[in-house]
Ligand binder design. Structure first.
Ligand code: SF4
Length: 441
């Protein structure tokens, strides 16, 4: 059984409220951190090996150490709660059931970074959660854990919740900052990076909800102990939101030493494929990461079992591997059509493109149109090559990673399931009523 650090108290009734959270040992990590220097807190975060849980997996301690500290200029912590990646809903779970874990993590992080005013930017569709967060903020403030001169340390910290308008692109950190400043959420050209010029041109750290919540157990048990959990550079625990054709969709905390097979088939996690069907493919890290067919999902290119961690999932690179990403684990059974699935994603990225750069604005629309043709039995074999060519021209040629996120699913689908695309072209009538299934295994 995986060790639980974030969700260990999630089952306790009333854990959403300060009194219950405090009774379970809540805010003791904050008390401990406020007795340390900010530099000591940073050393603990670095020692933990924590990697950003939003998708990129960049080391959090290193990110924090890049924060510029010009004299007299305020700094900010911004929590990215714009969780819009299809298949990903673990931050929603944390905020809804354990809001004080996030607030405590923000207090410790704000103290370490020197942020006296910190923000939670939350996606517009999570319409009921801002009230939960604001109630938790008020409770923490009433108990002396936010506001002026926290616990007599002289440190002041306010936290504000800002609702987004429902645009996927605002999950990109610079688009988020633009939106937080009240402007249209268009990504900025980098450099300068937010650590130097972020919110209102002030040094800013933007971190995912789960990353900031993980700061609490890191301070609690120490960074060195946190680093002992997991394997290699995949330290600590990771939340996975599992969905698709499985028996037990939900949010699970894993310690990154379990295999993909165990995660899918064990009763502790997904409980196997629904209706006893066979596994066809999976997208393990949210819709932007490459889809992987079952044979490569259960073992690496070297024939080793594939583990639920950053290194093992990426084994083989983009050619055969995938990514841990945001931990949005989407399972496809033998009845799912990969072409239809890819078309649905292409439509999503086309809709969410902010339109600033041509390869993304035009290319996502072209990919959607071609995929729709193929899915409807109106495609030609050359369309598959054209699709491949378009995704190649998008990848790496855009301002922000949405372009790559739109290109990778298409590239992986063609790479691993080209025969399924060709079957659609060669069987225009059949593909309207039947699926290709597992014929290529
Ligand atoms: Fe906008 Fe797409 Fe360019 Fe990102 S890649 S800036 S979403 S047009």
């Amino acid at each position: 059984m995986s060790k639980k650090l974030l969700l260990k108290d999630a089952h306790i009734e009333g854990i959403r409220y300060f009194e219950t959270y405090r009774k379970q040992g809540g805010y003791t990590a904050a008390e401990k951190a406020l007795k340390m220097t900010p530099e000591e807190v940073l050393e603990e975060v670095k020692a933990s090996g924590l990697r950003g849980r939003g998708g990129a997996g960049f080391p959090t301690g290193m990110k924090w150490s890049f924060l510029a500290k010009p004299e007299g200029v305020p700094r900010h912590l911004v929590v990215n709660a714009d969780e819009s990646e299809p298949g990903t809903f673990k931050d929603r779970y944390l905020m809804e059931f354990l809001p004080h874990l996030l607030i405590e993590g923000m207090l410790i992080s704000s103290y370490c970074l020197g942020s006296n005013v910190s923000y939670i930017y939350i996606r517009g569709e999570y319409s009921w959660i801002p009230d939960i967060l604001e109630e938790a903020i008020e409770e923490a403030k009433a108990a002396g854990f936010l506001g002026k001169n926290i616990l007599g340390t002289g440190f002041d910290c306010e936290i504000y919740v800002q609702r987004g308008g429902g645009a996927y692109i605002c999950g990109e950190e610079t688009a988020l900052l633009e939106s937080l400043e009240g402007k249209r959420g268009n990504p900025r050209l980098k450099p300068p990076f937010p650590a130097v010029k972020g919110l209102w041109e002030r040094p800013t750290v933007v971190n995912n909800v789960e990353s900031i919540a993980a700061i609490v157990p890191i301070i609690d048990i120490t960074g060195a102990e946190y680093a002992k959990i997991g394997v290699g550079r995949s330290t600590g625990t990771k939340l996975i939101s599992a969905c698709g054709n499985i028996n037990k969709p939900g949010v699970y905390e894993i310690d990154m030493t379990i295999t993909v097979e165990e995660f899918i088939y064990s009763d502790e996690y997904c409980g196997g494929i629904k209706d006893g069907k066979r596994l066809k493919a999976c997208i393990p890290g949210g819709s932007s990461v490459p889809i992987v067919p079952a044979n490569l999902l259960l073992k690496t290119v070297n024939g080793e079992p594939r583990y639920m961690n950053y290194e093992s999932l990426a084994d083989g690179g983009f050619a055969t591997g995938t990514m841990m990403g945001s931990g949005g684990f989407i399972v496809l059974d033998e009845d799912q059509c990969v072409v239809e699935h890819t078309m649905t994603l292409a439509r999503f990225y086309n809709h969410e493109s902010c339109g600033q750069c041509t390869p993304c604005r035009e290319g996502t629309g072209w990919m959607y149109k071609i995929l729709k043709k193929i899915e409807n039995g109106e495609g030609k074999i050359e369309d598959i090559d054209l699709l491949w060519d378009i995704q190649r021209k998008i990848e790496g040629n855009t301002i922000c990673p949405l372009g790559d996120a739109a290109a990778w699913p298409v590239a992986a689908a063609i790479r691993h399931f080209r025969d399924e695309f060709e079957w659609h072209v060669k069987n225009p009538e059949l593909c309207k009523t039947q699926n290709y299934g597992l014929a290529h295994y």
